[in-house]
Design a protein around this ligand. Structure first.
Ligand code: ADP
Length: 401
């Protein structure tokens, strides 16, 4: 084996799950997911991407430490890696960096403290990431760990974009402001798009639409995020699979007054029972599509709402950017749904978004230019790869350490 090969593990740990991908240089060699950690039976799926072997089993994984052991044994048994200590580094996805963690960084005790502190405003994510990071540190104490924050790319937003018009003290005392999410994806796809179009990244202006179950859109000026649709939490902005996106905030206080819903229930309604699911009963766009074909009016309404809101965001970012070089579609819906791409671009054709419907039709998950030659704004599909971006960032941080 080439001893210069950089072996980087990327970990995304949730409250009851660990997703991982192992890279040798930039090539993914193994991946997997352990779900339902701590429950009676956990679900384990481990893939050797070299031999294409997939191992699935259900067995109890009591905690994240045990989950890391499952991954380590899998590496050993399949001959991928003798020990986790052989890793050159481990990159961790961390959703929230807060006001202070605005760049990816090597993890030390101060960084751990700050990730924990920011957990107050990201209670669903940061505590879970910490558990994963600590499990990794105790399994392989000599391996450097890097934290890559979803919020970091948006730290370049100007204050007038990230402030809410609430009493200033909420910003000062509670850190209430727009942070933005999906930053690793927006950064990755916009760099790829600039490279593809042959434009220097620091001169590149784009609107990046990350449309998955969660969805956000980002205005990028000279290679820096200047605005994004998600806010203090990943609930604001576009309509999503199960999240409502922008609503009149007074609806929530009204519901709290007239119903028995408590804060947790109202949060769950907005995050898990709204969006496509709330309007038509289906959260996956493929199911929504099928329902529309069979005449389901609510499914049609949900898609119309989604497209309308997406077009409004793109239009507003088009208006604040001094020039828009490209519109980028990425993630599950953006990469796969020619229908969404066509419908939204057709609403924006008067602004110079001229999609080539022939090229767009049936195109999936492939880096491609889908606008007409004459289009003022280039329209692209750029498959996102947040894990690869985390692996790349981890490699460069450990190289410079
Ligand atoms: P997540 O936000 O969970 O990472 P993804 O980016 O994987 O989500 O996107 C998942 C969503 O992508 C699905 O719920 C579905 O709505 C959409 N999707 C995936 N494949 C297709 C397809 N072929 N056509 C339309 N939509 C698709």
């Amino acid at each position: 084996m080439n001893t210069n090969t950089k072996k980087i593990l990327v970990i995304n740990s949730g409250s009851s799950s660990i997703k991982f991908k192992l890279y040798e240089d930039k090539k993914a060699v193994a991946s997997g997911v352990i779900e339902k950690i701590g429950e009676h039976t956990s679900k384990i799926e481990l893939k050797d991407l070299i031999s294409d072997k997939v191992e699935k089993r259900d067995e109890p994984v009591p905690n994240h430490q045990a989950g890391i052991n499952v991954i380590s044994e899998f590496f050993q048994d399949s001959g991928i890696l003798e020990s986790l200590e052989d890793l050159d580094g481990c990159g961790h996805r961390v959703v929230h960096g807060g006001k202070n963690l605005t760049e990816p960084c090597l993890i030390d005790t101060n960084i751990l403290k700050e990730i924990r502190r920011v957990g107050v405003i990201a209670p669903l994510h940061n505590p879970a990431h910490l558990v994963g990071i600590k499990a990794m540190i105790s399994a392989a104490p000599e391996v450097p760990n890097v934290a890559v924050f979803d919020t970091a790319f948006h730290s370049s937003m100007p204050n007038y974009a990230y402030m809410y018009a609430l009493p200033y003290e909420f910003y000062e005392k509670e850190g209430i402001r727009k942070y933005g999410f999906h930053g690793t994806s927006h950064s990755y796809v916009s760099k790829k798009a600039a490279e593809f179009l042959g434009i220097d990244y620091d001169k590149f202006n784009a609107i990046s639409a990350h449309l998955g179950n969660g969805a956000s859109i980002c205005a990028i000026e000279n290679g820096r995020s200047v605005d994004t649709s998600m806010g203090f939490t990943p609930l604001e902005g576009l309509m999503m699979g199960t999240r409502c996106g922008d609503i009149d905030p007074a609806i929530i206080s009204h519901l709290a007054r007239i119903s028995d819903y408590n804060t947790e229930e109202l949060d769950a309604i907005m995050n898990k029972r709204s969006g496509f699911l709330g309007v038509c009963g289906y959260n996956d766009l493929r199911d929504v599509d099928t329902q529309i074909q069979s005449g389901n009016e609510k499914a049609k309404l949900a898609l119309d709402m989604y497209i309308y809101r997406l077009a409004k965001y793109i239009g507003s970012y088009f208006s604040i950017l001094p020039r828009t070089d490209a519109l980028i579609f990425t993630a599950g819906v953006g990469e796969n749904s020619d229908l969404v791409r066509k419908l939204v671009c057709n609403k924006l054709s008067h602004l110079g978004f001229d999609i080539d419907e022939g090229i767009n039709e049936g195109l999936r998950g492939k880096l491609s230019l889908i606008s007409k030659e004459s289009s003022k704004v280039k329209i692209l599909i750029v498959p996102t790869d947040e894990e690869l971006e985390i692996a790349n960032i981890t490699t460069s941080l450990i190289n410079n350490a």
